[in-house]
Design a protein around this ligand. Structure first.
Ligand code: HPA
Length: 253
């Protein structure tokens, strides 16, 4: 079995990198590192490229997810940096994302462009429930669950009016990268989960805008713990492919 960890903002490598490999995809070459532990291969893919090179709207989402599938990955764990729209979710909190609302505008969204007929993918459970249960079982920090993620196009931050609207329609946290990543994982029948690190209050909710340095410093405080949690679940968890819907979500019409 192969497993992947996708690192978001500020999460660019694993501590025990063993080898680097590249996979050629129809969307370009994707490079990642592989760590081997207890006979399991754990792939690490920095979402933004090494050193945060690509802005959210220009990430090669199709190439990244295709490369993981091509390499044989079944389970994908990801981290995302998010802002909070709620006063009871504050910087430093860790959240488990359960659903999303998509406000992206211009990014390639799907592998199903019509050449295989019309294919829809169910979004009844966008994030894998089985992986979510494992995270809740094993995490030692408090984690806020049932979180709705609003995905914006970026790279600009939101206006105060937009954040007010997102909160009113049920959005708990806001980020720029989880769509289409979570959708593409489902299109390729991989289990996918996302743990959010809350780096700031969204626009209009605090007197001062978070600086880039503050965002990175909050991620730095939490990232090793979250990566260790993912590795613990990969090595010791009860990961199976028959207790979730991730492999039966395609609807061909
Ligand atoms: N908005 C959008 N994306 C983000 C934010 C935010 O406030 N914080 C971290 N990623």
């Amino acid at each position: 079995m192969k497993y992947a960890i996708i690192g978001g903002t500020g999460v660019y490598n694993l501590r025990d990198n063993v080898k680097e490999i590249g996979v050629d995809t129809p969307y370009g070459r994707i490079e990642f590192t592989i760590m081997e532990k207890s006979g399991k291969e754990i792939i690490f893919l920095p979402r933004h490229g090494k050193g945060h090179g690509r802005p959210p709207h220009l990430i090669n989402y199709l190439g990244n997810m295709w490369a993981l599938k091509e390499y044989g990955v079944e389970f994908v764990f990801s981290t995302v940096a998010v802002g909070s729209t709620r006063t009871d979710i504050i910087p430093g909190d860790i959240v488990l994302i359960n659903d999303f609302i998509d406000f992206t505008k211009s990014r390639p969204m799907t592998f199903y462009d019509g050449s295989d007929g019309v294919v829809h993918v169910s979004m009844a459970e966008p994030y894998c429930n089985m992986l979510g249960r494992e995270i809740i079982k094993r995490i030692k920090y408090e984690i806020k669950n049932d979180i709705i993620y609003v995905c914006t196009e970026g790279p600009r931050f939101e206006t105060a009016a937009e954040i007010n609207f997102y909160r009113q329609i049920g959005g708990d946290v806001v980020g720029m990268t989880n769509v289409p990543e979570v959708v593409l994982a489902k299109e390729l029948s991989m289990c996918y989960t996302a743990v959010g690190i809350v780096t700031n209050m969204c626009t209009g909710l605090s007197d001062q805008e978070a600086s880039g340095a503050e965002i990175i410093s909050i991620v730095n405080e939490k990232k090793e713990y979250i990566i260790d949690l993912f590795v613990d679940i990969i090595l010791n968890g009860d990961l199976r492919t028959d207790t979730c819907d991730c492999r039966s979500s395609l609807i061909k019409v």
